[in-house]
Design a protein around this ligand. Sequence first.
Ligand SMILES: C[S@@+](CC[C@H](N)C(=O)[O-])C[C@H]1O[C@@H](n2cnc3c(N)ncnc32)[C@H](O)[C@@H]1O
Length: 371
Amino acid sequence: MTVSQNCSLGGCNVPAIDDIRSPTNAIEPDMRAQIVLSLKQAEPVLPSMLIWDDTGPSLFENLTQQPTYYPFHEELAILTRWADEMARQVKPGSLLLELGCGDLTKTRVLLSAFERCQRPITYYALDISERDLTRGLRRLSQVFRQSRYVQVHGLLGSYEDGMQWLATDAGDTGVPEAVKAQGVTVLWVGNSLANYSRTEAGALLDGFVRSCGLRHLPCQFFLGLDSCQDLDKMGACYDLSPGSPLETLIMHGLRTANKYLGSKVFDLRKWSAHAHYELRDHTLYIYYVPTHDKRLLVDGCVQNLEDRILAITSGKWLLSDIEEMCSAAGLQISKSWWSESQHYGFHAIQPATTETGLMAKTGILQPASRG
Ligand SMILES: C[S@@+](CC[C@H](N)C(=O)[O-])C[C@H]1O[C@@H](n2cnc3c(N)ncnc32)[C@H](O)[C@@H]1O
C-alpha cells in the first residue's frame, strides 16, 4: 500500500489520501475482457463501473441538482433534521468509513453534527474516483481543518479494497490504533447499496462485518435507501430523455466502454436509455437500447444482441425487503429515520448476535427504537 499526500489537484490542503487499491481487486486490466464476455451473454450487462470513471461522479452531481431527483433531496433533508441523533448513535472516538463518498455534500451535514455534539470521530472517505475524492476532500477540509472533533482522511479504492483495509493490519495505513476499541460505523448513502441485488447486498454487508470481526472491531452500518413506490415521482426523477442529466450519466458508460474496447464499438447516436420498474423485486432497471441495428462489431466479430444491455439497477426496497436482506445476513435494523414523504429512509443496522447486546451495553450501539 502506498500513501499519497495528494498535492496535484488541490494543492497540499487536501487530507492525506491512502491508496489502498489492491492488484487483486484491480478493475482496469480485466474490464475489456469483462465487457467482451458480457456482450456474448443472452442477457448482456455492462459493468456499472464504466459509469464511475473520473467523469462519472461530476455527471452524477449534475443529476443531484435536479429538483426532481428526490433521493438526493430527501436524504439531505433526513440528515439535516436527524444528524445530531445519528451522531449520538456512534460511540465517541470511533471510525466512520464512508463507501463511495462522491462529492461529500451530504456527509458534511452528518460530520457537522459530530462537531456540534462534541463527539470525536475519525472519518475516512472512500471512493474509486481519485479526481472526485480529492475534490470532495478539499471542500470538506475547508470546513473541518480546525476541528477538535472531526478528523478527515481519504481512501482511494473499491468497496472490496475498503473491506480488506478493515481486515488487514497494515501499519500506518491501516485502521488507527486509537479507534480500534470503539468500533467502526460503515456509512453508505445515496441508495448505492441497492445497485446490487438484495442477495449481493447482504453478502457485501456480511463481508464488512467479517472484516471487522477479524480485527475484533465492533461494526454497525448507516445506510441511506430509497423505498419510493410512487411511479409518477420515479418517472420524473429517472428522466431519460436525450440530453437529460441522467441520460448523459448513463450514456457515459458506453463512451467509457469504447475506451476500454479501443474502438467506437458503440455509436452513441444509435443508442438510447430506457427504464423499467419491476414490481416483483421493487427494482428499477435501466437499459441501453439500440435504435438502429442490433449488431455490434467487437474484436472483428459481429455480435448479435437480443434487444438490450443492462446498464444499472436501482432497488426501491420496502422496509420489509431491507429487513429480509438484513436477516439473511445476520443483521437487524436498530433505528430508521424517514423523509417526510416516507419514501426515503436512513437505517442504523447492526449484527443480530448476542455480541450486539454486549456492544449496546458498552455503548457502541445505543438502544434504539424503530423510528
Ligand atoms: C451514486 S454515487 C453516490 C455518491 C454519494 N455517496 C452520494 O450519495 O451523493 C456513487 C459513488 O460511488 C463511487 N463508486 C461506485 N462504485 C464503486 C466501487 N466499486 N468502489 C468504490 N467506489 C465506488 C462512485 O465513484 C461515486 O462517487
